[in-house]
Design a protein around this ligand. Structure first.
Ligand code: 5AD
Ligand code: SF4
Length: 509
């Protein structure tokens, strides 16, 4: 059979990667170009596996949000195509990847800690490859530091070019492959080069590459990338670039394929899903996109993340209220309850507007679960401002809230603000906020006790193997007796007991 020259191929479905001709020049067009490099890198993985007498393994450590989790699934999909096998054993992996987050300073610290451990791993087995990617790599100071003090890293890339992973890996492996081909084995200490490819921004969206999903029955689906909001504390717009929406046809097509593959729940992902659709050739807003997704047969549940209060439309509330598939959960980041601080944060809503919006949502969708993000200690925050935040927490009564201590991010407007709040004051406020949030949450979360709720079963319980764990539409966790055969199924569960943040239940047959 003839080898396939990818430069002449327009439809990649059904292409056997073993048949790709890697002696031609690489195709210019994506995603053909990446498939070509997958085939090329695969040659190294095959030969090295033969040399070692076992499969090569990869371990990905993911920090941060759902977007990063989704990106890691894409990375793994590509690497499995190349021939790597995923392993949980970080100590033994042949390829170590860290997908980083930089939203708060402590996320950065963790990465450097991890790198120290990677260095000693590499000393033990020099063929090990080490890659770092994700949001932190979009910061020039980080790249400088890595280039200077962490020379053992093989590959550094950013958030805009993860689709290029196969090509970058192929660059790292080029000389190693030559060695293997020349002498049938790799030198004890293979030639090392550091490949760095970080793009400032992009308008390119390359999908249609392999993805290795963590769960067979649920999946994240990117609907947009980047953020244009520039909240004054936030680094995301600088590291994830300008807002770009994916075309509706592509999103719907991807979801249909997922459903065919057994997925029953999707999470539509974007930094600000409520502004979906701007700049598309055929305009479609987020509410309209949801209506299209709802029509997909076989899809049972729709979630989305994250909503910005300033862009949440009445149309969206209406669509949610009448939907049979959109889950009864809305994550609506508050950040602060003080209108003065909200202005300094560039959030573009006031305390009163947020409260009115929360009220409107609860009235239209009484069984909705509202969750939020709150930052304490933003520059200039006074005790009075903080009291305003507590006031909103008490009035809205969130099901749960992620609470964060303000973290100064270099390059953001807030980092240059003078009146930073002293650490002990912030810590004290943080503790008071957490207590308030938890007390309310324990009361609110128990409201469905002694009712029957539909639960999507996700896994066998880690601690008690006779139990399975699943989620209600409003995202609350339920544990109940069952076995692995229930995973991925939607079942009716009677909620026997509320434990504050979760329920204990039993199958309702
Ligand atoms: N400091 C603390 N928290 C932050 N977040 C974003 N930037 C910062 C920062 N500099 C929080 C916000 C956001 C969540 C994802 O992270 O609350 O909603
Ligand atoms: Fe950051 Fe604000 Fe964009 Fe969210 S909306 S990613 S907080 S800039």
């Amino acid at each position: 059979m003839d080898l396939i020259d990818l430069r002449n191929v327009s439809d990649l479905t059904g292409i056997d990667i073993n048949m790709v001709d890697t002696n031609t020049l690489a195709p210019e067009m994506e995603p053909n170009r990446q498939l070509y490099f997958m085939a090329k890198s695969r040659e190294y993985v095959k030969r090295k596996s033969e040399e070692l007498g076992r499969n090569l393994t990869v371990h990905i450590t993911t920090f941060g949000c759902q977007m990063n989790a989704k990106d890691s699934e894409k990375l793994l999909g590509i690497l499995e195509k190349i021939g790597y096998e995923e392993t949980d054993d970080e100590k033994a992996a042949d390829f170590l990847i860290m997908n980083t987050c930089t939203v708060r300073e402590n996320a950065n610290q963790k990465v450097y800690g991890h790198l120290g451990m990677y260095q000693s791993r590499k000393k033990k087995a020099p063929h090990r490859m080490i890659a770092i990617c994700g949001c932190m790599m979009q910061e020039p100071e980080v790249i400088e530091k890595l280039k200077k003090s962490y020379r053992f890293v093989d590959l550094i890339f950013g958030t805009h070019n993860i689709f290029k992973l196969a090509e970058l890996v192929s660059l790292c492996l080029e000389e190693r492959l030559e060695e293997l081909e020349a002498q049938g084995r790799e030198d004890k200490k293979p030639k090392h080069k550091m490949v760095v490819d970080v793009w400032k921004d992009t308008d390119q969206i390359v999908e249609d590459l392999p993805v290795e999903r963590k769960y067979s029955f649920k999946s994240g689906v990117n609907i947009m990338f980047g953020c244009n909001n520039f909240c004054s504390y936030c680094i995301v717009p600088y590291v994830r670039g300008r807002e770009r929406s994916r075309r509706p046809g592509e999103i719907i097509g991807e979801i249909k394929n997922l459903v065919e593959d057994g997925v029953v729940e999707v999470m539509l992902l974007g930094q600000n899903v409520n502004s979906y659709g701007k700049g598309l050739d055929e305009p479609l807003n987020f509410a309209e996109l949801l209506e299209e997704v709802e029509k997909i047969e076989g899809l049972e549940r729709i979630r989305f993340m994250t909503s910005h209060p300033k862009d949440l439309s009445d149309e969206l509330i209406e669509v949610m209220a009448k939907s049979k598939k959109i889950c009864r959960h809305l994550h609506l980041p508050l950040q602060s309850g003080s209108s003065r601080i909200l202005k300094a944060m560039n959030r573009r809503y006031t305390k009163e507007q947020y409260l009115a919006l929360a009220e409107k949502i609860k009235t239209a969708i009484p069984d909705i679960s509202l969750t939020t993000d709150i930052i304490v200690g933003f520059p200039g925050e006074t005790e009075e401002d903080f009291q305003e935040t507590l006031d909103v927490v008490r009035k809205v009564r969130f099901d749960s809230a992620f609470t964060f201590i303000y973290s100064k991010r270099t390059g953001t407007p807030a980092a240059a603000m003078e009146n930073q709040v002293p650490e002990d004051v912030v810590k004290n406020r943080f503790d008071r906020l957490l207590k308030e949030v938890q007390d309310i949450s324990a009361e609110v979360c128990g409201r469905d006790v002694h009712t029957v709720q539909t639960v999507l079963v996700e896994e066998v319980n880690d601690h008690s193997p006779e139990l399975v764990t699943g989620r209600m539409s409003n995202n609350t966790i339920v544990h109940f007796p069952g076995d692995a055969s229930l995973i991925g199924k939607l079942v009716d569960v009677y909620l026997e007991e509320s434990k504050g943040f979760y329920y204990m239940g039993r199958l309702n047959q």
